[in-house]
Design a protein around this ligand. Sequence first.
Ligand code: ATP
Length: 239
Amino acid sequence: TEDLEMLKVENLVVNYGVIQALKGISFEVNEGEVIALIGANGAGKTTTLQTISGMLSPNSGKVLLNDVDITTIPGHKIVSMGMAHVPEGRRVFPGLTVLENLKMGAYTRSNKTEIAKTLEQVYESFPRLKERQNQLAGTLSGGEQQMLAMGRALMSNPKIVLMDEPSMGLSPIYVDEIFKIIQSISDAGTTVLLVEQNAKKALAIADRAYVLETGNVVLSGDAKDLLNDDSIKKAYLGE
Ligand code: ATP
């Protein structure tokens, strides 16, 4: 059977003033895949996700979601088209409760019954969020805030989720838990585009991966092959 291309990025160029953050990158994500974007600090991973989800406009290039050109479509509309973005640094609303944060994630939806159903699913995936639903988000631990950011993204009922460094700054036990949750989000049928500094763990759960270096895709392939690639081992896996 043919792969169903869900997301396609074509020749994306993004400049910040004189800095070329993305120099013409292209890649695609097929329905049901977990795709990892790996690369050093400043390679352009965050810029890539922000451009895909409509937070940034590229200088040139295209983003297609299910063959629809979304390059100039505003972020909130892209959310209602089935894409959610879990930003770097979580960005939960610290003065709102866990439940209020989760409800914000459903802001593009109007069917209350459907929203309640999704909330139950999120609580099933993240029992700790249910326990703490009335706690202020700013008082959660880093790992719990990451779970909340993920849960909030799932509240929009996305077909594809972009995740920016979900394991950043977490203790090892939370890192494992977050990767298990990403796996279960994928198992439930959601397509995942994952940006990670933790290349080893990202490649372990990804189907395929793209390696970014100073704004270019320099290598791509099956995640398992990249895990065994000598240049990748040296540069990104600390081996
Ligand atoms: P990190 O893992 O450190 O977040 P990254 O791969 O996500 O790195 P980006 O954050 O996308 O990389 O940054 C790519 C390049 O663009 C870097 O050189 C960075 O300094 C630059 N850059 C990012 N945001 C801005 C901005 N708002 N203004 C100017 N330059 C920026």
